[in-house]
Write a protein that binds this ligand. Structure first.
Ligand code: SF4
Length: 218
């Protein structure tokens, strides 16, 4: 695809960023859902603009039961079905790479369970939406609301890039949006069971390892 100049939409509020994305790319627009609180906000906001919006999730097979339950609750609330992409089975992973790959080599584990399924999910769309916020971690401080994603060869939209944690909660409470209950138990960021502990920002992710990103947003 030929890459056009990136339009400046930094000044737009989240609703208008989403409206822009719908206008420009729907139905070749796909929303990544981690079932953290930002995904709940985006789902609620986007479905008010475009009831046919499409959502997907990466199921690593080792997500928290609360995360699977949040998926079920959101699907029921909005009458939608979130597409699921998975890597190879955990059994096959153990055969090929041994047990506890997430501990010995989290890069390889995330490649198999997240990065490769994401490539499959994004293989036939022109843009994707994610819930990154600049104040989540230093590595996300420069997140743009819209940029060309060279790794996946398509546009990436981060409508909540300039939102604070407080603003996310304010939206959730005002609109009574279902959210992952783990957030109320000290988990600011929620990933896989093996690699997530309670903590602020992204401190609880891969605790003990020198990494804060799994490769899908890096
Ligand atoms: S977050 Fe942990 S368990 Fe999940 S894919 Fe990455 S290394 Fe594997």
């Amino acid at each position: 695809m030929a890459v056009a100049t990136t339009p400046d939409i930094e000044h737009l509020p989240a609703e208008e960023v989403l409206a822009y994305a719908v206008e420009r790319w729907q139905p070749r627009l796909y929303v990544a859902c981690s079932f953290q609180k930002e995904a709940s906000v985006i789902m609620d906001m986007l479905l008010r603009i475009e009831p046919e919006a499409r959502f997907f999730t990466l199921d690593t097979g080792v997500l928290f039961e609360e995360t699977y339950e949040t998926k079920r609750v959101l699907e029921e609330r909005y009458g939608i079905e979130v597409d699921v992409y998975r890597g190879i089975s955990l059994e096959r992973q153990a055969e090929l790479h041994g047990e506890a790959l997430w501990n010995r080599d989290p890069d390889a584990c995330c490649d198999i369970r997240k990065v490769t399924p994401l490539q499959e999910a994004l293989g036939d769309v022109d843009a994707w939406i994610a819930g990154l916020r600049r104040d989540q971690s230093p590595s996300r401080a420069a997140t743009a609301k819209l940029h060309w994603d060279e790794k996946h060869d398509l546009w990436k939209v981060n409508p909540l890039a300039d939102w604070t944690e407080e603003r996310v909660w304010e939206y959730i409470e005002r609109h009574e949006v279902p959210y992952n209950p783990l957030h109320r138990r000290g988990y600011a960021s929620i990933g896989c069971t093996h690699c997530t502990q309670p903590g602020g920002g992204r401190d609880g992710r891969w605790a003990g390892h020198d990494r804060t990103e799994c490769g899908i947003h890096a």
